[in-house]
Design a binder for this molecule. Structure first.
Ligand code: GAP
Length: 452
């Protein structure tokens, strides 16, 4: 059973150190969050799982880590300066501002007034000054998607690797959008992370590749522990497509606040590479927005068969890390009633996502032999490279078990008096609460198998 409400998740995240309000001691900053000690581990594990599936396990994808600050021309030719906006409505009575498509009816959701302005476009991109001179032209954008720098680096990657079509470039990184109404915890925020793949293909093969990527991405989300019943595919209606898209399929998830987009998989055609290419007219480009006078690049490849230059089409699976974290937390969350009538909160995260893989707990916090053995076990298990193994010397095993159930630690390893005689420890399973004795010489293999 996932969480019954967003409030349950928010409370757990704050209590156990997954997510905090940013700048909290100064009253916070709306739509901006910080990830705490467990949140950063969970987030890193989710990103690592994506990178493994999208880059390491494939031979047709290369990685990239590009800058956040972006030359305005990139976002001019990409079409973002003109079109990356949401419809903004002001309430004349209480002065609050709303995204038109988030209004329910014709009244202000804050004060109920019907006195609303007509909608006008509000560009979502953040700007910042570059360099010491306060000159209106010396500015850069904080990127609103990681994708554009993949397009602007297309030639660099092509020339520095042996990549041939079809191939992709993957990137994980921050993106910024000045959302009119950030809401629903980390679901809609102003600073977030994306995991994006731009997969370049020959025109004509794009629709097949689009379908393949939709299937691949759906399967990947299931591997992260998301129940298929709470995942849906939505074909975005033509009149709601982004300016660059020929077709988009959204992976929708049943979040605590409703069914909403987790990932978008778009067929961006040759729009972006074409738009960033100089002299488009000499190329076979159909969709470029502007004749490009500023770029010096030809973001095209020579077709193997007839050596003609062509601009590849691109299929783009684009997932939000923060929405991913919210979805896996929601899926894993459970409150169980035990046989004795008490309740325990349980986070049944997939082992590869769990922030802490195993906690090593000495039964007695002041017993030198037990504590030293526990420390040595932690040190040797950490060397396995399975992720975070925690040594925790509170002396209260029952409380330790409850806390680790709540943060999703798959295994707790207790070192007791008997360990000093028989070299065995008690290993407790998070989900079943089953306990078994395991010899420390077999512990490494045991963990490898259980956490695989
Ligand atoms: N490059 C394509 C692109 O950016 P998008 O649908 O605007 O497409 C892709 O964003 C993903 O990024 C979304 O599916 C969502 O997971 C995430 N995302 C977008 N805006 C977000 C926001 N304000 N807060 C959190 N995540 C967001």
């Amino acid at each position: 059973m996932p969480a019954q409400s967003m409030e349950e998740l928010v409370a757990l995240c704050k209590r156990r150190g997954f997510v905090f309000q940013a700048s909290e001691i100064y009253g916070g900053l709306q739509g901006i969050y910080d990830y705490g000690p467990l949140g950063v581990e969970l987030k890193n594990n989710l990103k690592a799982a994506w990178w493994r599936a999208m880059v390491h396990e494939r031979d047709d994808v290369e990685g990239l880590d590009s800058a956040i600050l972006t030359n305005p021309n990139v976002l001019r030719y990409s079409g973002h300066e003109d079109t990356f906006s949401d419809p903004l409505v002001d309430c004349r009575t209480c002065k609050s501002r709303w995204r038109e498509d988030h209004l329910h009816g014709e009244f202000c959701p804050h004060c109920g007034s019907p006195d609303l302005t007509d909608a006008r476009p509000f560009n979502l991109m953040f700007k910042t000054n570059v360099g010491p001179v306060e000159d209106a032209s010396a500015f850069a954008y904080l990127r609103p998607e990681t994708a554009q720098s993949i397009f602007t680096n297309f030639k660099n990657v092509l020339d520095s690797t042996s990549a041939k079509l079809p191939f992709g470039i993957a990137q994980i990184g921050k993106a910024f959008r000045n959302e009119i109404t950030p809401r629903n915890f980390v679901f809609r925020v102003r600073e977030f992370e994306q995991m994006e793949l731009e997969f370049f293909v020959e025109p004509g093969t794009d629709e097949d590749w689009h379908e393949r990527w939709v299937e691949e991405r759906l399967a990947w989300w299931r591997e992260q522990g998301i129940d298929g019943n709470r995942l849906r595919l939505l074909r975005v209606p033509d009149d709601e497509l982004a300016h660059y898209s020929k077709q988009t399929v959204d992976v929708m998830y049943h979040f605590p606040h409703g069914i909403e987009e987790l990932e978008g998989i778009a067929n961006r055609t040759d729009f972006d590479l074409g738009s960033h290419t100089k002299n488009q007219r000499s190329l076979d480009i159909t969709a470029a927005v502007l004749p490009n006078r500023d770029s010096n690049a030809r973001l095209a490849v020579q077709r193997q068969s007839d050596k003609r230059w062509m601009v590849p089409f691109v299929i783009e699976p684009s997932a939000g890390v923060d929405r991913g974290v919210l979805a896996v937390l929601n899926e894993a969350y459970n409150v169980e009633t035990l046989a004795n009538g008490s309740q325990r909160t349980l986070l049944s995260l997939q082992p590869h996502l769990a922030p802490v893989k195993a906690a090593v707990l000495p039964l007695k916090r002041n017993h030198d032999g037990i504590v030293a053995t526990a420390r040595a076990i932690k040190a040797s298990l950490t060397k396995l490279g399975l992720g975070r193994i925690l040594f925790e010397n509170t002396g209260n095993i029952g409380k330790g078990y409850r806390r680790h159930d709540e943060v999703g630690t798959p295994l707790c390893i207790t070192v007791d008096h008997q360990t000093l005689d028989d070299n065995a420890v008690t290993v407790r399973d998070r989900d079943t609460m089953h306990q078994e004795r395991v010899n420390t010489t077999a512990l490494a293999d045991y963990l490898r198998e259980r956490l695989a």
